[in-house]
Ligand binder design. Structure first.
Ligand code: SF4
Length: 296
């Protein structure tokens, strides 16, 4: 099978090797997702790890539809000013599919829904509760939008009791405006801080950034510091890979040694769980990252 990202970036460095695997597990995941008419960020964001993750029977479910009201320059998710209304049966279908996939750790993310009064927070809350009902003992990680900083929306999500609350900074402060549509660096930091306070130590706070968008190494380090100040204890740092020629062009490939340097840097700041590497994405090996050192 030809790797689609080779068309966009013909000169991948030798340390980036995307694993392509077919097999019954991958087909089963694909068929369950199709049967329950669910969306995954794996497919919508053209994630380079899709084959590997689906082969291992893991997937990141994307709720609230497949069209986003924002239009970030690095992201492959489709844009719409007025996406379709949320499906009321989506939380139940997602929970059933997760049970059939034998998942003990489920990651749920969404498109941004600035058109909805609560930004889709109640759909996140319903999904968390449905998962807990359907799969006793399940661990749930949510990767949410910023809800425009709305505290009531954040409360709805945290009150439903996720094990991990993740909101990505994506990039450094200087580049946020040109890269993340409708987002604001300090508002995103406040989202993490509020989630930390609302979670009262019962919810692990996580965030992630990408390298290769035009930032400097010291800006990455400053961003890691800022994330840590919010109370976050889990961090992902990965290489940006443009999903197509229409997306923000790549600025640089970061070497594995630099990713390793950032991992050590973050751990020294007190992060308990850090994944830093070329193919790290915010949900990649999320369960391993959670279980490594976080005994909840
Ligand atoms: S908010 Fe940006 S990164 Fe998130 S799904 Fe929408 S376009 Fe993609």
């Amino acid at each position: 099978m030809k790797n689609p990202i080779q068309k966009v970036r013909p000169k991948l460095p030798p340390w980036i090797r995307v694993k392509v695997s077919a097999g019954s597990s991958r087909e089963e995941v694909e068929s369950l997702i199709g049967r329950y008419k669910l969306n995954t960020v794996c497919r919508s964001a053209r994630c380079p790890n899709l084959c590997e993750c689906w082969h291992k029977r893991t997937a990141t479910f994307m709720i609230l539809g497949s069209e986003c009201t924002r239009n970030c320059t690095f992201c492959a998710v489709n844009h719409s000013e007025k996406p379709a209304p949320p499906k009321r049966d989506e939380p139940a279908k997602l929970a059933k599919a997760a049970r059939k996939m034998n998942l003990g750790y489920v990651v749920v993310t969404s498109v941004t829904r600035d058109d909805l009064p609560d930004g889709g927070a109640s759909q996140f809350a319903d999904t968390i509760r449905r998962l807990r009902k359907e799969i006793p003992g399940v661990k749930v990680e949510v990767l949410t939008p910023d809800f425009r900083g709305n505290t009531a929306s954040l409360e709805k999500v945290i009150d439903a009791g996720p094990d991990v609350f993740n909101h990505n900074l994506e990039t450094v402060e200087r580049l946020t405006k040109e890269i993340r549509s409708g987002a604001n660096f300090s508002r995103s930091l406040k989202v993490l801080e509020k989630a930390y306070t609302l979670g009262k130590g019962r919810v692990a706070i996580k965030s992630g950034i990408m390298a290769g968008l035009g930032e400097t190494d010291s800006e990455i380090e400053e961003t890691i510091r800022e994330i840590r100040r919010t109370g976050a204890e889990m961090l992902t740092v990965g290489q940006y890979l443009p999903p197509s020629v229409k997306h923000r062009p790549l600025n640089r490939y970061v070497t594995p040694a630099t990713f390793e340097k950032w991992r050590r840097f973050a751990e020294k700041l007190g992060f308990k769980n850090v994944a830093s590497g070329p193919l790290v994405r915010s949900s990649y090996h999320a369960e391993n990252l959670f279980r490594k050192g976080t005994a909840r």
